[in-house]
Write a new protein. Structure first.
Length: 336
């Protein structure tokens, strides 16, 4: 099942460009050098940047896949790669083929990847005590529930194997081994290890620094034997934008309707002489629009005259009330 899942992840060329503006995968915690018999903890994170979306309505499941390739004197059988979540091992499908080790999750991750969120997983990389010296290149890939690739990142770790036994000196040789030469060899080996470690650190940071994973020309060999490009992406559903647009238009129409109901609703404006004709829109205020709506000229003129009379009556009533209040205020000031 894992082979079929990864085989379905072959990306389209258009999806590779979308990866650099969408999901990001990063691997941290990888050491520059791993000694034989030791182990290291690696952390892989897939992040989906926020943007114009509906938040958690369009979340997706994540499944992880890791491919390890051994080079140099390191044998792939000397490596152990397990996934660890909250102190317990996660069941995975492991495939060894030549110098390649593939580890794929049997089920989806417990976390859900939403816009602006991230999902993190941890791996344990161990080298046997008898492992030889070499390098191991790790490529961590994040897949969605449908098997499409969200992104990947690569990191390289140098493995320092067990020291080879020193041959016994020949009894016929009168001269003892030169200690300076041995020390020079050891120091040279240490310098080389330091240089390699620095180069490894740089290599480990570059592939995942921009979140796009491996180079555009890099490929990954899946457990099924299929070779696919190293990066891909899944598009944001168009239905999310359509649903958001409908919600925006519906909310705007609702607010506009509430505003006009409060301003020009059927309640109208109440004055001293009773209820005034309500303002029901431009057709009742502009004669040209009223005529276009099929209203009679005489009825329109009578309505306008009635409204004018009512407006004058209300204005007179308001003015009389204002004068009465001013008069009472003047009387109170005079009493003081």
């Amino acid at each position: 099942m894992a082979a079929a899942l990864l085989a379905a992840a072959a990306p389209a060329p258009a999806e590779a460009a979308a990866l650099r503006a969408g999901d990001r995968v990063r691997v941290t915690g990888a050491p520059g050098t791993l000694r034989a018999g030791d182990d290291a903890r690696l952390t892989s994170t897939v992040r989906q940047p926020g943007g114009l979306s509906l938040g958690r309505l369009f979340c997706q499941r994540v499944r992880w896949a890791v491919q390890a390739t051994a080079t140099g004197g390191l044998a792939i059988d000397d490596l152990r790669l397990t996934r660890d979540e909250n102190g317990r091992a996660v069941p995975v499908d492991e495939t060894r083929d030549g110098r390649t080790l593939s580890v794929v999750d049997r089920r989806d991750d417990e976390g859900r990847l939403c816009r602006g969120d991230r999902v993190t997983t941890r791996y344990r990389l161990a080298a046997d005590r008898g492992a030889g010296s070499g390098r191991v290149a790790l490529t961590v890939t994040a897949l969605d529930g449908g098997g499409r690739r969200l992104g990947d990142a690569s990191v390289t770790v140098r493995v320092a194997g067990a020291a080879a036994p020193t041959p016994a000196p020949d009894p016929g040789d009168s001269a003892p081994p030169d200690a300076d030469d041995t020390g020079g060899d050891d120091s040279g080996t240490g310098d080389t290890g330091a240089d390699d470690g620095g180069a490894d650190d740089t290599g480990a940071a570059d592939p995942g620094a921009d979140g796009s994973g491996a180079d555009d020309g890099a490929t990954i060999t899946l457990p099924s034997g299929q070779t696919v490009p190293a990066s891909s992406n899944t598009d944001l559903p168009v239905s999310g934008f359509a649903f958001g647009t409908l919600m925006l238009l519906g909310g705007g129409g609702f607010l506009l309707n509430m505003y006009y109901r409060r301003q020009y609703g059927p309640e109208g404006v109440r004055g001293r002489h009773g209820r005034l004709p309500p303002l029901v829109g431009a057709a009742a205020r502009l004669p040209a629009l009223a005529l276009a709506a099929g209203r009679d000229r005489r009825a329109l003129a009578a309505e306008l005259r009635s409204r004018w009379v009512d407006l004058r009556a209300e204005a007179a009533w308001r003015w009389a009330g204002l004068r009465a209040r001013l008069r009472r205020a003047s009387v109170r000031r005079g009493r003081r």
